[in-house]
Design a protein around this ligand. Structure first.
Ligand code: C5P
Length: 356
């Protein structure tokens, strides 16, 4: 086995341009149809040979990332080692994560770090797993890890791990991210969605669809899913329709027209995220008032994402949003960007300023 001294991978954050959530499954997960979109906010993950596995986290929100075996990047190392077998069974790895993607923000930062660890260790160990093989390992580590490997714009099904790249023009979309002063836990947001759906169903005297309104873009709109009538009280697999890919969003993406895309974005988790983090309502409204073409909560939140028509409008929007006092900070990003890539500089620079 040839071991190289250290490998750094760069991994993007993601948005979900559509996040359609089906019923809770027997395994506790929810069936999804989602349109992932990788954006230019990156973590860097370095893997180096070490006596035993360990992790160091620096940068944005580093103190809130577990530095033990619960760390998703270390879980990815363990999963890859099991998949590769042979000599790497005895190979310890130290993972260093330079974070720019905020923690528990709905941008899949933990999944990004896991994807970075997979790619960096695959290179470090010269294991030679193909991207397809890495995707299989990634899917076992977390629902969003496979997409962090692939990047671009892709449709995710299942828990989000079954991916099909979306064909779309290479035109970049200009987004402004509004980071919240706080965090949301993904399982808690899914649980809140289940409760909202149960309450909505109860309020309809058991006739209704148990669906929360599809939220995003310019507020509520029809979800195009046929309600299933009847069934016992409460939310179960029978009452919530299976999610469908939004044809209007896919057409908009193929057109490359940000105005159409802005109108078509949607997120079923948004009402649940807003219920748990009511300040987001004001953030979303402010962005639309300031001219965003579309607005939505990123994944399970609490980051909000706003689409602008071009780079200049994104700059205006970012400045105005930060002045409006409706978020902790803002960032301008573009998408789609590629998934996990190995950075050409194989050695980790000692100076953290040059590590970026
Ligand atoms: O797969 P991952 O560890 O990222 O998921 C975190 C949690 O989010 C899960 O334990 C589950 O509670 C919730 N989840 C879900 N349905 C999905 C993805 C995540 O309920 N499709």
């Amino acid at each position: 086995m040839t071991i190289v001294p250290g490998v750094t991978a760069r991994v993007p954050a993601k948005l979900n341009l559509q996040l359609a959530v089906g019923p809770r499954r027997a395994d506790g997960y929810h069936g999804l149809v989602t349109v992932f979109h990788a954006v230019s906010l990156f973590d860097e993950v370095t893997a180096e040979a070490a006596g035993q596995d360990g992790v160091t986290v620096t940068g944005e929100g580093a103190d809130r990332v577990p530095a033990d075996q619960d760390n998703l990047a270390l879980r990815a190392v363990t999963a890859l080692r099991a998949a590769v077998g042979g000599a790497v069974r005895a190979a310890g790895v130290h993972v260093t994560i330079a974070k720019r993607i905020p923690v528990a923000a709905g941008l899949a930062g933990g999944s990004a770090d896991a994807a970075g660890a997979l790619v960096a260790c695959n290179e470090l160990w010269r294991s030679g797993l193909t991207q397809r093989q890495l995707v299989t390992v990634a899917a076992k580590v977390g629902s969003d890890v496979a997409f962090a490997l692939l990047g671009g714009t892709a449709v995710g099904r299942g828990r989000g791990e079954r991916l099909t790249p979306a064909l779309a023009p290479a035109t970049p979309y200009h987004w402004v991210l509004a980071f919240a002063d706080g965090q949301l836990s993904t399982p808690e947001v899914y649980a809140a969605l289940d409760r909202l759906r149960a309450a909505a169903k109860g309020a309809k005297g058991d006739r209704g669809d148990g669906q929360s309104p599809r939220a995003g873009a310019r507020g509520e709109r029809g979800d195009g899913q046929s309600p299933r009538a009847g069934g016992p009280r409460g939310v179960g697999p029978r009452e919530i329709a299976e999610p469908n890919l939004d044809a209007a969003l896919m057409t908009a993406l193929r057109s490359g027209d940000p105005t159409r895309v802005g109108r078509a974005v949607s997120n079923d988790l948004q009402p649940a995220a807003v219920a748990l983090f009511p300040a987001l309502r004001k953030t979303l409204a402010a962005g639309l008032e300031l001219g965003a073409l579309g607005a939505l909560v990123a994944g399970s939140g609490p980051t909000c994402a706003f689409l602008a028509s071009n780079a200049d409008r994104a700059l205006d929007l970012a400045v105005s949003l930060s002045g409006a006092g409706v978020c902790r900070s803002v960032a301008r990003v573009t998408g789609p960007v590629p998934g996990t890539v190995i950075l050409p500089d194989l050695r980790t620079p000692k100076d953290p300023k040059t590590a970026r």
